[in-house]
Design a protein around this ligand. Structure first.
Ligand code: NAD
Ligand code: UFG
Length: 340
């Protein structure tokens, strides 16, 4: 059992709120730092209902050095899990400066504050997007990296900044975690993904069709060189992803250094397979239409998850039907997300 305090930047968001639960379960004391630009404070009550513990919450922006210093002054953090960031690919093309400012400058401010506070263990939310259009699957950590949009480039830049930092100051412990496609929700149905406006991602879009908020799903492309012609991704249950962060933290109890690790299941699921699994979970037909490809999309991408197993002793254990069951429970209990 540990009582270590962990700072969660972006802690009110989708993945970090689930990680909050996993950290409490593992005996840590997480502290949420979030400016709520893409999350709802109601998540804090929901986290209390799930865990029985009222979350420690600081409303602040990672670009605000004084707010960060105040947080590090108030709590003796053992490590930082850095989730805060803007993540909409399309919006990043429209607003590149905002994305670089928030994601890259925000991370630089965070790193400077960590150094001032002498907190040098960091777990960073990177993404499989840094692989660009991988030549083959499964995708291994040593594959070449590239970016096709400002969001992806911001992740790549941050990965490189972290690499340079570690080269210069080897007393840092850094995990760059490359997430594949998070899906599903906590099994309580009390927290989940609550996108603002039209969902960009597949699972929340399907869920909103199922609950009657949207008429039908557009399947982006039916002519990919995949078994059924639709895109194939590595969907990972968000609680598996959350537990991956706990495993990364525990890794640094006994090891030091910089590691770069895929968090995925190692299995590809097509868009049509995801629709069928969701229909099974919700007991309804999902209306969909197969249309044009979405610019910038790739045909298929799934992880080689062996390194996470080797280093962290972690692998995803939940199934596709767990993801759709839990995703549907969240959506059906909260048809308009945290507005309910
Ligand atoms: P999210 O938008 O739900 O959570 C991000 C949180 O960060 C939000 O609560 C937001 O209010 C907060 N935030 C943003 N900018 C901030 C700032 N300047 N200061 C303080 N708080 C700020 O997104 P998520 O899906 O939970 O993603 C979490 C992280 O994982 C992001 O860095 C994202 O890029 C990365 N990631 C997400 C996915 C995905 O498909 N969801 C895939 C790969 C990587
Ligand atoms: N799709 C549809 N219709 C939709 C939404 C998605 O057919 O309305 C398809 C896409 O074309 C793709 C698959 O569903 O084939 C998955 O699309 P998502 O948008 O859910 O996920 P992506 O793989 O495109 O991207 C996501 C995040 C990125 C992240 C990447 C890897 O949005 O930020 O996973 O982690 F980088």
């Amino acid at each position: 059992m540990t009582t270590q305090k962990i700072l969660l930047t972006g802690g009110a968001g989708f993945i970090a709120s689930h990680t909050f639960v996993a950290l409490i379960t593992a005996g840590y004391t997480p502290v949420i730092f979030d400016n709520l630009c893409n999350s709802n404070p109601k998540v804090l009550d929901r986290l209390e209902r799930i865990t029985g513990i009222a979350p420690l919450f600081i409303r602040g922006d990672i670009r605000d050095a004084a707010a960060l210093d105040a947080a590090f002054g108030a709590h003796a953090f053992a490590a930082v899990l850095h989730f805060a960031g803007l993540k909409a690919v399309g919006e990043s093309v429209e607003k590149p400066l905002e994305y670089y400012d928030n994601n890259v400058r925000g991370t630089l401010e965070l790193l400077a504050a960590m150094r001032r506070a002498n907190v040098k263990t960091l777990v960073f939310s990177s993404s499989a997007t840094v692989y660009g259009d991988p030549a083959t699957t499964p995708v291994h950590e040593a594959f070449p990296l590239s970016a096709t949009n400002p969001y992806g480039r911001s992740k790549l830049m941050i990965e490189e900044i972290l690499g340079d930092l570690f080269k210069a100051e080897s007393d840092w412990n850094i995990a760059r975690l490359r997430y594949f496609n998070p899906a599903g929700a906590h099994e309580s149905g009390l927290i989940g993904e609550d996108p603002q406006g039209i969902p960009n991602n597949l699972m929340p879009y399907i869920a909103q069709v199922a609950v009657g908020r949207r008429a039908q799903l557009q399947v982006f492309g039916g002519d990919y060189p995949t078994p059924d012609g639709t895109g194939v991704r590595d969907f990972i249950h968000v609680m598996d992803l959350a537990e991956g962060h706990v495993a990364a933290l525990k890794y640094f109890d006994g090891a030091t250094g910089l590691v770069t690790v895929n968090l995925g299941t190692g299995k590809g699921v097509s868009v049509l397979q995801m629709i069928a699994a969701f229909e099974e979970a919700c007991g309804k037909k999902i209306a969909y239409q197969i249309g044009a490809r979405r610019p910038g999309d790739i045909a298929e991408c799934w992880a080689d998850p062996a390194l996470a197993q080797k280093l962290f002793g972690w692998s995803a254990s939940r199934t596709l039907s767990d993801m759709t069951r839990d995703g549907w429970r969240w959506q059906s209990m909260n048809p308009t997300g945290f507005l309910d």
